[in-house]
Design a protein around this ligand. Structure first.
Ligand code: BG6
Length: 508
């Protein structure tokens, strides 16, 4: 792989500590990062290189899949790390930063490639981009790529503005907008399973599929991010990005060629085919919003959302939403996609359930026994696997039917050894593969869909249902499906008890 100087803005922040340093180390240990690399941690606080390297070591010990085995392995890795404290608004400081980058470039023979990773508040993206240019960093002889974290704007208008300032400096093809769900193994696996299996692709349409359910459930509350979350809410925090990206992965057509732009073109088509709700009443019929009150999660008493730190005690921000979404194209006409996400739910689980239509129920065995629909489940997080539920004869009976399950466990426990999303995404950005990053037209189409909902909620902020922490969200979410004779299928750890299983590990 090519080398690069990675300039990490927000080097003392939580994301860097929990995800980025561990990812860089794992890539290095597995030989996926060339020796020709350097990391410059950039932040406002002053810090020596040694202290910075110690902090990186600590984060790797705590969060990485691989731990440094000896002092020697560690010091060989650590010498690639430098720290620069700077004021982001001061272009002269960027000139100095350039000198450090050039020095590391020469020392490790990197050839001028630079990856600017902004783990910063989006308000700062514009200034940083301009100062990178003003400070001469972009004059290096290699490539210059910008990696940015979500949230990309607050709505379409603010996202457009943000995009404009960044585009004054970087070309679209050099901008890598992170949606870490796209780096998850099982999200990427959706395409592979769909497009490489003769027994799925032919039935992947409205003739055979009754509905698709996407659940992103979390047990955590807002943790230390109350300030950000209270102005964002679940719709912007998880819906606009991760959730809609998963809808596109499930619904997209196979791309003509395996090229990043071709894949992203197909995803954009899905986003553009999503039915926009007509007005506030339409939103009310199809979208449910909730907020958690105090309760108990995993046997621990937890406070209600309004009592969380930095949250307005009268907040009407949603910590949960569920929606019925339609993709109005030839393949999906009439198939509801039910999506839901929430904080303080009973389990941590990201899963996609495909519920197939039943065989005709007036013939053969179905006339005698009640049949359950076939299900195909992608288990994304924290367990990874694929679950298929179908009907079979109950052994020893006169032909009674029982649902059975085949369960492929890619990982049968939390903390498994598949690469973390950030490893994959960092290495893709260095290789210049933007397939699993969101292009501007994806981001803008997603905002267009979300803005209609957010605007309706602004008009009627009291349309908020409350749910006790540790429960499956507001009642309205179940009613949304019941109205159509459907129900949410249980997710991770809560499988139907009547189903006979082959593989029994579950997340706890
Ligand atoms: C982030 C959200 O994008 O995703 C968080 O901002 C959320 O609120 C997190 O907790 C969930 O990610 P994961 O990978 O743990 O499912």
């Amino acid at each position: 792989m090519e080398g690069a100087v990675i300039l990490l803005f927000g080097a003392t922040g939580d994301l860097a500590r929990r995800k980025l340093y561990p990812a860089i180390y794992s890539l290095y240990r597995e030989g996926k990062l060339s020796d020709k690399f350097a990391v410059i941690g950039v932040a406002r606080r002053s810090r020596t290189d040694e202290k910075f390297q110690d902090d990186v070591l600590e984060s790797i010990r705590e969060f990485a899949r691989h731990k440094p085995e000896s002092d020697e392995t560690w010091s060989r890795f650590a010498e690639h790390f430098r720290y620069v404290s700077l004021d982001i608004h001061d272009v002269n400081a960027f000139k100095e930063l350039r000198i450090v980058a050039d020095g590391l470039d020469d020392r490790f023979g990197i050839g001028g490639n630079r990856l600017y990773y902004l783990a910063l508040a989006p308000e700062l993206f514009g200034d940083v981009s301009h100062n990178l240019k003003g400070g001469g960093l972009l004059d290096s002889e290699g490539w210059n790529r910008l990696v940015i974290e979500k949230p990309f704007g607050y709505d379409l208008a603010s996202a457009e503005k943000l995009n404009e300032v960044i585009r004054e400096v970087f070309r679209e093809e050099d901008i890598y907008r992170i949606d870490h769900y796209l780096g998850k193994e099982m999200v990427q696996n959706i395409e592979v399973v769909r497009f490489t299996n003769a027994f799925f692709e032919p039935i992947w349409n409205n003739k055979y599929i009754n509905n698709i359910q996407i659940t992103l459930s979390e047990t955590v509350g807002v943790e230390e991010r109350g300030g950000y979350y209270d102005s964002a809410g679940a719709l912007r925090d998880m819906g606009q990005n991760h959730m809609l990206q998963m809808v596109t992965m499930m619904a997209m057509e196979p791309p003509g060629v395996l090229h990043p732009e071709a894949v992203r073109d197909e995803k954009v088509k899905v986003l553009k085919s999503m039915r926009l709700y007509k007005d506030a009443a339409d939103v009310r019929r199809n979208v449910v919003r909730g907020q958690y009150t105090s309760g108990s999660v995993k046997d621990k008493e937890v406070p209600g959302y309004r009592n969380e730190e930095k949250v307005n005690p009268e907040s009407k921000t949603e910590t949960y939403f569920a929606a019925k979404v339609y993709v109005d194209n030839f393949r999906w006409a009439g198939v509801p996609f039910y999506v839901r996400t929430g904080k303080r739910l009973p389990v941590k689980a990201t899963e996609v359930v495909v519920e197939f239509k039943n065989v005709p129920d007036n013939v053969y065995l179905a006339s005698k026994y009640s049949l359950q629909p076939n299900l195909l489940v992608f288990r994304v997080n924290p367990m990874e696997g694929i679950y298929v539920k179908f009907n079979a004869k109950a052994p020893g009976s006169d032909g009674a039917i029982q649902p059975v399950a085949m369960d492929f466990c890619q990982s049968s426990g939390v903390g498994i050894n598949t690469p973390e999303a950030y490893e994959r995404l960092l290495s893709d950005a260095i290789r210049g593969d933007s397939t699993y990053f969101t292009r501007w037209d994806e981001v803008s189409s997603a905002w267009r869909f979300v803005d209609v909902i957010a605007d309706a909620w602004k008009e009627s902020p009291d349309d908020l249902e409350f749910y006790r922490a540790g429960t499956w969200g507001p009642e309205g979410a179940s009613k949304l499906l019941e109205a159509e004779g459907n129900r949410w299928w249980p997710v991770n750890g809560q499988r139907d008890e009547d189903t006979v299983r082959v593989c029994s590990e579950e997340a706890t």
